[in-house]
Write a protein that binds this ligand. Structure first.
Ligand SMILES: *Cc1c(COP(=O)(O)O)cnc(C)c1O
Ligand SMILES: [Zn+2]
Length: 392
């Protein structure tokens, strides 16, 4: 496919390697044409490489991302206030949707003959890039904040990347790495390669929901990379005639760090940085999101919204997912289910709406100090103790 990138806002186009962002300052994404879809609503999706014709790579690489289940969650309908389905992205090889973007970034690096890739992340993206680079035999530079917890470093370090623990203003590093004079392909949160790969989650949702696309898609948002990708994919599907109308896009943040939701609430044209407070949703705590304004545009143009929810609501949603659906997710994913509930309470989402929520990442990587019910019993009392719980 042609390697042209364009700006959603002013429409300027550039060759991919020409510049990192549009002259207007907004982020860029890869252009596609409608004939790049092999679209047959077959339902069976093996993995994200099904859509390779619409991606800026020619060959599949690594452990295939995607092909994750879309789970109908009847037992949460009442709680969520709608007809709820869950896209289980925790089932990707390293446990989050980031694998979709990493696979495309690494695939591109291989085809371009690049030896080094890099990323600025202290969580899922660092883990995902390290794993995919390892699988492809590429070197990977990972920049994490100096205070990254040891247990998370250990998860990333298993794949043996070069880890740089950076002191100073970590927020600045994101843009800085993109203009470094170094032969390293930085596949950061909202870079065009990553956004291209992450479109595949929306292609899958639409195919798995066929013949009717969902009324709304709800996802957590941090940098705005995934939100942009979903919007882009849906625009492509509409242009290709695969859907009549783009589902409303709703994005959710933790109240402690909600720059995009704040701009939405205040009717601002652009997202500006906030001073963050602590939240359990660490994977989405970006106070200065590089694709924030693009995400804001996606919510507005599709008739959706951006909301934020407090940590207590996030924990509650996490509990419901674990005890009523059997899915363990990280707080940054549960935020979207908490967001659906909030939107339904406000009447923005209706009980008859078919809503797909993207559960972005697995809950099996970290501990969240949840209350655990258990009892210690004596071996001789097993029968009596069991009877006291299950009855006779
Ligand atoms: C990265 C991440 C997000 C946010 O995605 P952005 O593209 O940065 O907006 C949400 N949930 C999880 C689990 C993540 O790892
Ligand atoms: Zn522009």
């Amino acid at each position: 496919m042609a390697r042209t990138v364009s700006c959603y806002d002013c429409g300027n186009t550039y060759a991919f390697d020409e510049r990192k962002r549009c002259a207007c300052g907004e982020p860029l994404w890869f252009e596609t044409t409608p004939d790049e879809f092999a679209w047959d609503d077959a339902g069976a999706i093996d993995d994200a490489w099904r859509y390779i014709d619409a991606l800026p790579v020619s060959n599949p690489t690594g452990v295939a991302p995607g092909g994750t289940p879309l789970v109908r969650a009847e037992r949460l309908d009442e709680y969520a206030g709608c007809t709820l389905s869950l896209k289980h992205e925790g089932q990707n090889p390293t446990g989050s949707f980031k694998d979709r973007g990493s696979a495309v970034g690494i695939g591109y690096a291989l085809e371009a003959g690049q030896a080094w890739v890099g990323t600025v992340s202290h969580g899922n993206m660092a883990l995902s890039m390290s794993a995919y680079a390892a699988g492809a035999g590429l070197d990977c530079a990972v920049f994490v904040p100096a205070d990254t917890p040891a247990e998370r470093l250990e998860l990333i370090g298993r794949h043996d990347p070069e880890i740089f623990r950076v002191e100073g203003d970590y927020g600045r590093l994101y843009a800085d790495t993109l203009s470094l004079d170094a032969p390293v392909n930085f596949v950061n949160s909202d870079t065009p390669l990553r956004v291209a790969g992450q479109k595949t989650v929306a292609y899958e949702i639409v195919e798995q929901s066929a013949p009717d696309a969902p009324d709304a898609i709800v996802l957590p948002v941090s940098s705005g990379g995934q939100a942009s990708a979903v919007w882009k994919a849906l625009r492509e599907l509409e242009t290709a005639g695969a859907i009549d109308e783009i589902p409303r896009l709703y994005f959710c943040q933790a109240a402690a760090c909600d720059p995009i939701a704040a701009a939405y609430r205040d009717d601002e044209p652009r997202v500006t940085p906030v001073t963050p407070e602590e939240t359990i949703a660490v994977s989405i705590a970006n106070a200065d999101p590089p694709s924030g304004t693009r995400a804001l545009a996606a919510a507005r143009e599709t008739g959706g919204a951006v909301v934020s929810v407090p940590d207590a609501a996030i924990r509650d949603a996490m509990d419901r997912l674990a005890t009523r659906v059997g899915l363990s997710v990280e707080p940054s994913s549960a935020v979207a289910v908490a967001g659906v509930r909030r939107l339904a309470q406000r009447g923005e989402i209706e009980p008859s709406d078919d809503v797909v929520t993207v559960l972005t990442g697995s809950g099996y990587k970290e501990r969240y100090d949840a209350d655990v019910r258990s009892r210690t019993i004596d071996l001789d009392d097993v029968e009596r103790e069991l009877a006291s719980v299950v009855g006779r």
